[in-house]
Design a protein around this ligand. Structure first.
Ligand SMILES: Cc1ncc(COP(=O)(O)O)c(C=O)c1O
Length: 468
């Protein structure tokens, strides 16, 4: 997709300099050399501005993260204050500092399950790697050293570090990296629209998937399976909302075989699904939980893993025996990140952000549901302030477009031309706007979204891509 300005022409343009210097994540690098970047220079509320001064509504809150929008000065002030007071200190060897202590206390107090300790990292991926390593470490401490395998789901996204990418169930993050590493398994993707048998209800589909999970655990030997990791709503896999009764049934299986449940709330945590955590929305009882993104509204890199008492006790006891708990990052609990995290949680509470987001989430779902009638849309899905429409070649049968037609990519380009940043996951067009989006801005998002879908439909018809 074309950037703000292709890099040809002025060799000193930001665009040309980007192409010469920056290695971009999640990007077709060859295409990028000619298309160039979209250079964003400024943000204001839910809008961002490119280097030509064009503004866009950020319908994805960046990467599902910028919950408080792009110009929250209270966060800038909190960061500046902390930079002046204590710009860096660490938590190694028993050292500590006030923001890490206060944020840990606050997270434990608001957590949706009885967690006992908080471990800080810098990214969602590091949090997931940490959660996996803690399960392994705890199982060694608990005298069950064979219980190490991790079960994730096809189409899951848990990040790109070794364990996180191995848990991820999307091929582009494995291909060429020799991943997943041994010991990471993938069970069925709970996407009813795509994977249910004809006529199969959501409940029957959920039962079938829980049985398939149980069969996998039995095949592998339950004594070798440490944990199951799941996003309550699968984000980067396409905004896949679990079918009715899915987690209830899956959790029964996990309990039966003493398999730990890691809830990856990196996207869904902090008000996204209508409650503070999706653990509440979907009635989950996780053993550990990974958090990131909206923990700081993405103003500073910070993630967290919450662990329960039994895990803490096992880890603490063995660290006494081995002399050290050998895990931690230089920036674990970084004072500026944790100070910003604290201010974010204060703003969430003081400004009733979750309550407002829950109300706005209902309007969001009403808006997006209207596209169910659109000739291009096969499925509308979502919860709270996250959702997607999946575009299909045949609405009646759900037949997908040939990926080579790149229909999602075309729609994404129309969204951008219409001043809306959204995300194409294949042919699913995702939205995940900042929690502070106003009603008017929400209306504008869907006006631009709808216009872009209509323009895509015209193009699809012109190109003859609809299935008969
Ligand atoms: C559910 C989930 N887990 C983990 C990650 C990885 O987070 P990060 O990109 O901060 O490493 C992501 C990123 O989108 C995510 O959506």
């Amino acid at each position: 997709m074309a950037g703000t300005r292709p890099p040809g022409g002025n060799p000193n343009s930001l665009s040309a300099r980007d192409v010469r210097a920056v290695l971009h994540p999640y990007t077709n690098l060859r295409t990028h050399e000619t298309a160039g970047p979209l250079v964003i220079t400024r943000g204001e509320g839910v809008r961002v501005f490119d280097d030509a001064g064009r503004d866009y509504i950020e319908g994805m809150a960046g990467l599902w993260c910028c919950a408080l929008g792009f110009s929250e000065t209270r966060l800038a002030d909190a960061a500046a204050r902390q930079m002046r007071e204590l710009p860096f200190y660490h938590l190694f060897g028993g050292k500590s500092h006030p923001p890490a202590i206060e944020l840990s206390e606050r997270l434990l107090a608001m957590a949706p399950a009885p967690f006992a300790r908080v471990f800080f990292a810098n990214s969602g991926s590091e949090a997931v790697d940490t959660a996996v390593k803690l399960c392994w470490y705890a199982n060694n401490a608990l005298g069950r050293p064979r219980k190490k395998k991790i079960i994730a789901r096809q189409k899951a996204y848990h990040g790109i570090t070794f364990a996180a990418a191995s848990a991820t169930g999307l091929q582009p993050f494995h291909q060429g990296f020799d991943l997943p590493v041994a010991g990471f398994l993938h069970t069925d993707c709970p996407h009813h629209y795509r994977f249910a048998e004809p006529g199969e209800s959501e409940e029957a589909f959920a039962s079938r998937l829980a049985e398939s999970l149980e069969a996998l655990i039995l095949r592998e030997d339950p004594d070798t399976v440490a944990a199951f990791i799941a996003e309550p709503i699968m984000g980067a896999g396409g905004v896949l909302v679990p079918p009715a009764t899915y987690f209830e049934k899956v959790q029964q299986v996990l309990k039966k075989y003493d398999v730990l449940f890691i809830a990856d709330e990196v996207i869904t945590g902090f008000g996204r699904t209508g409650q503070a955590f999706a653990t509440q929305t979907f009635d989950l009882a996780p053993d550990t939980m990974s958090l990131a993104k909206s923990l700081t509204s993405a103003y500073m890199p910070l993630s967290a893993v919450m662990i329960p008492e039994f895990m803490y006790q096992a880890i603490a006891e063995i660290s006494k025996e081995w002399g050290i708990f050998g895990h931690g990052f230089t920036y674990t609990g970084h004072p500026v990140s944790t100070a910003v995290g604290l201010k974010v949680l204060e703003i969430y509470e003081r400004d009733n952000v979750f309550e407002n987001a829950a109300r706005l989430g209902e309007q969001f779902q009403a808006h997006i549901a209207r596209f169910a009638d659109h000739p291009l849309v096969g499925e509308v899905r979502g919860r709270g302030l996250i959702g997607a429409c999946e575009l299909v070649a045949n609405k009646a049968t759900g037949q997908a477009f040939d990926p080579a037609s790149a229909v999602g990519k075309y729609a994404l380009a129309r969204m951008k031309a219409n001043g809306l940043i959204c995300r194409a996951i294949g042919d699913s067009l995702a939205l995940c706007p900042p929690l502070i989006t106003s009603q008017d801005e929400l209306g504008e998002i869907f006006t631009r979204y709808g216009k872009s879908l209509d323009e895509t439909l015209e193009w699809v018809r012109r190109e003859g891509l609809l299935a008969a």
